[in-house]
Design a protein around this ligand. Structure first.
Ligand code: PEP
Ligand code: MN
Length: 338
């Protein structure tokens, strides 16, 4: 339940409501707003008796929260969350473009690709230093050396970096280098990792589990938020279906659904969703058309030599064309004239 206070409610009235919530055995979560304070009720097992609160001085109304997730829900927090990373705002009124290789392979490779991402107008550089791979025989990333290469590219090109954390053992290290910490599809329900992410001061990019419903995905984000980290970015990256013509099936309907249910920003990764270069561009354009807040695209200057996901990586020229196209499409889909 959400308890909305009157605009002129005093601090004492707010504290009385918080005390009452605690007395009932629940946890109070005050949400300061522009005009008024709201107080969320957390950790209740069943329905909360709203009569207790409705009559308290300073209370405007009580709103039942119908979803199992609370902090993530728009019912609890009607205003869009904007995640700020350096000069980049994710969830605001500009489309954010993240580009870069699947994996950090070498300094020369990252520097070359980062230069292309920057020149094309990309906002954030991606690249995995710890790679979750289906086969134990595949390339698993350069580890800390890869993070250092990303840091160098950041210093050279002024692009914030997003990189994946695979497990608790490398969390502190990834956290020290990353501007945004990515939790991949395979870890979406790794609850200890989610809780650790919730303790971090860095924004978390939470990919949708490959077989996760929207509710399961939002519950995973709730784990992060209950630990205090409100800077969560959701990333649709395709789900497992029966089709064989693409690696996964991009669920673009998740974008408007998540926007209705949650205040968190949602971006789309058409690279992992499709697995094929020729499908990435049309689906990136489609993602901008459904008003996703951003895109994450794999880019490689020599994809035939890539250690990972070369076949789905765009060439730098394709990425540059795409950046222009998706920004124009996004303006139209947001109702702004070109
Ligand atoms: C990635 O973005 O590098 C990645 C491994 O993606 P996903 O977790 O969506 O497969
Ligand atoms: Mn990849």
């Amino acid at each position: 339940m959400l308890i909305v206070m009157n605009r002129d409610a005093t601090e004492e009235q707010v504290n009385d409501v918080i005390r009452m919530i605690t007395t009932c055995g629940y946890t109070a979560h005050p949400i300061p707003g522009g005009e008024r304070v709201s107080i969320g009720v957390l950790y209740n097992k069943g329905a909360v008796d709203d009569a207790l609160f409705r009559s308290m001085p300073g209370v405007k109304e009580t709103i039942p929260v119908t979803k199992p997730y609370k902090l993530v829900s728009r019912e609890f927090h009607p205003v869009d969350t904007i995640v700020r990373v350096g000069d980049v705002s994710i969830g605001g009124d500009a489309l954010v473009i993240i580009g870069g290789p699947c994996a950090v392979e070498s300094e020369a490779q990252v520097m070359a690709i980062a230069g292309h991402v920057k020149a094309a107008g990309g906002d954030i550089l991606r690249g995995g230093a710890f790679k979750p791979r289906t086969s134990p025989y595949s390339f698993h990333g350069l580890g800390e050396e890869g993070l250092k290469i990303l840091a160098k590219a950041k210093a050279t090109f002024g692009l914030p970096i997003v990189t994946e954390v695979m497990d608790l053992s490398c969390f502190d290290m990834v956290e020290a280098y990353a501007d945004i910490i990515q939790i991949g599809t395979r870890n979406m329900q790794n609850f200890s990792l989610l809780r650790r992410a919730g303790e971090s001061k860095k924004p978390i990019l939470l990919k949708r589990g490959m077989s996760a419903t929207v509710d399961e995905w939002l519950m995973a984000a709730e784990y992060v938020m209950t630990e205090g980290n409100t800077n969560v970015i959701l990333c649709e990256r395709g789900v497992r279906t029966f089709v064989r013509h693409s690696r996964n099936t991009l669920d673009l309907s998740a974008v408007p659904v998540v926007k209705r249910l949650s205040h968190l920003p949602i971006i789309v990764d058409p690279s992992h969703a499709t697995g094929y270069r020729d499908q990435v561009m049309p689906l990136a354009r489609a993602s901008a058309a459904v008003s996703a807040h951003g895109l994450m695209i794999e880019v490689h200057h020599a994809p035939e030599t890539a250690k990972c996901d070369g076949g789905q990586s765009l060439l730098p020229d394709q990425f540059a064309v795409l950046c222009k196209q998706v920004r124009a499409i996004f303006e139209v889909s947001e109702g702004r004239e070109l």
